[in-house]
Write a protein that binds this ligand. Structure first.
Ligand SMILES: CC(C)(COP(=O)(O)OP(=O)(O)OC[C@H]1O[C@@H](n2cnc3c(N)ncnc32)[C@H](O)[C@@H]1OP(=O)(O)O)[C@@H](O)C(=O)NCCC(=O)NCCS
Length: 423
């Protein structure tokens, strides 16, 4: 049985941050009813690769959900929404600031309609403070949460990371909050409001950088490969430094293409064996006993030379060969895997992390699988719904509306396009 079987979610989320969360909860077994603007989640049409079909942007974030369109700008649509609220355990949204309030559904009103319901909201910056009114996208959150200022190299511009820590990262935070609040609601009968701001989520993921920020008040950061000094204030960008107590870096391998790199952590415990293995090949046979690298402190001081020697050693090997050599020495390391590498990787396939699905509009496609593995409740991944695919089913099965009621709501515009704003 699925872990969240019997939990029903009214999912008003769109784009990426919210749908990441509701897709995970659906994979854990919740019945996720995606209430869509009659024009559809904007991502259905964004970055479209197959004409007329829901884009991968949408399909990859909305699996295992049911879709109903509801015109929240009509009285009839609001009534349907109110009825749905009464049947759900969780409602979640990631609209821009104030959108749900403008529909007339503040948290207080929602709580009044269904006191046990838990409400989850993602906002760029939360509902309080000077930034509360601003909208946000992934890279805005990365910029404002500390990720960009600490990513890249000191002389270059700040960089965003490819991992969607602002959107998907915030979705993960929300899932944790919702499950905790759901547990509490089961015990107390009272739901609560769970808010995650993207900026807060990114700061949480940059925690170690704030560790270093405070260490800088007491001295330099000796493990950093770039210059640091007491009271410099800002934590500098430090390229591919490891970020932990151990030294780490990406090493370029044969044939020296864009992703021919191996990330290596020169863990304290492995230095001697590593030095013994690479020393002779880089013409420093006494490397293991060399005083410039004798302790972790010395290796930190002389790390540029250490990386030069390791890079020299790597010149003759491709990333897989180097990985094999280092694995035998128990050196923590991993090849930089391209998307192409990952899509064809045996380990990834074996763990159901690259899953083939079918879709009525687009045919065969692939999704990244469920990263949380429950031993008794493995996720069964099903395709995303087409727009409004389950409108009738939900009205019948969840709300027990009669055929007559459904057709009169339809004629009144409860499920169709909202009227255009006056110019
Ligand atoms: C992502 C974001 C920037 C998109 O901005 P946007 O496209 O202007 O969308 P908004 O959420 O602000 O507004 C949605 C609009 O659709 C309308 N809408 C949504 N669902 C509707 C429905 N079922 N029926 C009728 N109208 C609907 C809303 O009323 C609103 O229109 P309005 O401004 O006229 O009231 C914004 O939603 C946001 O900041 N969200 C919070 C942070 C976040 O999650 N960002 C990450 C995205 S991955």
């Amino acid at each position: 049985m699925e872990a969240l079987k019997g939990v029903r979610i009214l999912d008003m989320t769109h784009v990426q941050a919210g749908p990441t969360c509701s897709q995970l909860l659906a994979w854990l077994g919740a019945d996720v009813i995606k209430v869509e603007n009659p024009v559809g989640d904007a991502t259905r049409g964004q970055l479209r690769d197959v004409p007329g079909a829901d884009s991968l942007y949408f399909t990859m974030l909305n699996c295992n959900k049911r879709s109903i369109t509801v015109n929240m700008k009509s009285d009839e649509g609001k009534q349907v929404f109110t009825d749905l609220l009464a049947t759900c355990d969780i409602i979640m949204e990631n609209f821009g600031p104030g959108v749900l309030d403008r529909f007339g559904f503040s948290w207080e009103r929602i709580h009044g309609i269904n006191p046990k319901i838990v409400m989850g909201s993602i906002k760029g910056f939360g509902s309080s403070g000077p930034y509360a009114d601003f909208k946000a996208y992934e890279n805005v959150a990365q910029a404002m949460g500390g990720a960009m200022s600490t990513t890249g190299v000191p002389d270059g511009p700040p960089y965003v990371t490819g991992a969607q820590i602002g959107d998907s990262g915030t979705g993960l935070h929300l899932a944790i909050g919702l499950l905790a609040a759901l547990r509490q609601a089961e015990r107390t009968g009272q739901g609560q409001y769970v808010e995650v701001a993207m900026m807060d989520g990114v700061m949480n993921l940059c925690r170690v950088k704030f560790r270093d920020h405070q260490r800088l008040t007491r001295g330099d950061l000796p493990e950093y490969s770039v210059p640091t000094y007491q009271d410099m204030g800002e934590v500098p960008r430090a390229g591919n430094d490891s970020g932990g107590g151990q030294l780490g870096n990406a090493i370029h391998c044969k044939p020296h293409g864009a992703n021919d790199w191996l990330y290596i952590v020169v863990q304290e415990a492995v230095w001697e064996d590593l030095a013994r293995r690479i020393g002779p090949e880089v013409h420093v046979p006494g490397l293991a006993a060399d005083p410039r690298f004798a302790s972790i402190g010395e290796r930190r001081k002389n790390q540029q030379l250490m990386w030069t020697l390791i890079n020299k050693f790597a010149e003759k090997y491709n990333k897989r060969e180097l990985m094999e050599i280092l694995n035998a020495l128990d050196v923590p390391c991993g090849p930089i895997m391209s998307t192409e590498d990952l899509a064809g990787d045996e380990h990834v396939r074996g763990r159901d992390m690259w899953v083939e699905l079918d879709h009525p509009q687009r045919g065969k496609w692939w999704n990244v699988g469920m990263p949380i593995k429950l031993s008794a409740s493995p996720a069964v991944i099903q395709r995303s719904p087409t727009l409004g695919e389950h409108t009738d089913e939900i009205l019948h099965e969840v709300l027990h509306y009669s055929k007559e009621k459904i057709s009169s709501l339809k004629s009144a515009g409860a499920f169709s396009l909202p009227p255009k704003k006056a110019a």
